[in-house]
Design a binder for this molecule. Structure first.
Ligand SMILES: [Zn+2]
Ligand SMILES: [Zn+2]
Length: 321
């Protein structure tokens, strides 16, 4: 039996994710995590789903009560908290726009959706919820690209398995992961998006709310898709006109969802997006024209969600299919 209040009342740290808070609570109280979950939520499925995303209220309620945490603080550890800020509607299943996919397989993970900054882990000692957003691909504080796997053996990260902050497959300490190079413009754009997460808007594009901004980011990355030759020409034009490396690679010639991409590819997409959003919409129009984009071509198999993106595409690019 557990006491009503745990000896160490582990409250969520600023921006901490639920899975990190839960695992850290067991760790700091010296209880094996699976035992702790078994004692508090007997037989409740916890780790065979995306805990940060589902944000089960029963888990939140008990964990908050055991650690004397306020409900408001507890609710900030889950993805659902960002409904109306990052995405319009929270989805129970399927891909949630802007949220990375973990590839949950029983109690393990097959996808690379859980990212981390080794220096943040070292200095602050927990996993941040924002590392689960697909547009967060770098640490703006430590100026490096995020890791999305064990730096030693390449296994996807399972916060809940093995030793706290270690790889459960090879025991490597995640805090010792080497530095990864980043694209400075991708980081600049990310800083603005981090501001939007807190409802601070200061980007030089005409968006009224954070949702409009995140929709615009989605449409930009969608237009950078890889399925057709002209999308490649579009990316080449960006490199020629706005800088960047034509060697940046993409995983497949078909358009993959950003939410399921590895962090490296998401970072490269963000680097391209940062360039077309600079001097908006002029860089975008120049690159799209050079790649022979037309409105009909861009929207041939998807519909934009951002009214600003649609306005620019329909106003400045010829409409032909
Ligand atoms: Zn960091
Ligand atoms: Zn490993």
């Amino acid at each position: 039996m557990l006491p009503k209040l745990l000896p160490v009342r582990t409250r969520p740290k600023p921006g901490e994710s639920l899975s990190s808070w839960l695992a850290r609570t067991a760790y700091e109280n010296g209880i094996y995590l699976q035992t702790f979950c078994h004692l508090v939520w007997y037989r409740k499925p916890i780790w065979n789903r995306d805990t940060d995303r589902t944000g089960d209220f029963e888990i939140l309620r008990h964990l908050a009560s055991l650690t004397a945490t306020s409900p408001t603080q507890a609710l900030q550890t889950i993805i659902r908290h960002y409904e109306g800020i990052v995405f319009r509607h929270y989805l129970v299943s399927g891909t949630q726009r802007h949220v990375t996919s973990l590839g949950v397989y029983h109690r393990t993970r097959r996808g690379y959706g859980q990212t981390y900054c080794p220096l943040c882990l070292l200095e602050e000692g927990y996993f941040k919820l924002k590392w689960r957003f697909s547009f967060i691909t770098a640490c703006s504080r430590h100026d490096q690209r995020l890791w999305d796997r064990c730096w030693q053996c390449g296994t996807p990260i399972c916060i809940h398995r093995g030793k706290w902050m270690h790889c459960d497959a090879c025991q490597a300490d995640l805090r010792h992961a080497p530095h990864l190079k980043r694209d400075s413009r991708a980081v600049e754009l990310q800083k603005r998006l981090e501001g939007a997460l807190e409802n601070k808007l200061f980007w030089d594009v005409p968006v009224r709310t954070s949702l409009d901004f995140f929709d615009l980011i989605h449409d930009c990355t969608r237009a950078l898709g890889t399925r057709y030759e002209r999308n490649k020409a579009f990316r080449t034009a960006i490199c020629e006109l706005a800088g960047g490396s034509p060697d940046w690679i993409f995983p497949t010639e078909y358009y993959p969802q950003m939410e399921t991409m590895e962090c490296l590819y998401r970072h490269q997409l963000m680097a391209f997006a940062a360039r077309i959003l600079a001097n908006w919409p002029w860089t975008f129009i120049a690159c799209a024209t050079r790649a022979d984009f037309s409105t009909g071509y861009i929207f041939r198999d998807w519909k934009p969600t951002s009214s600003e993106f649609r306005r620019v595409a329909e106003t400045f690019l010829a409409y032909k299919t």
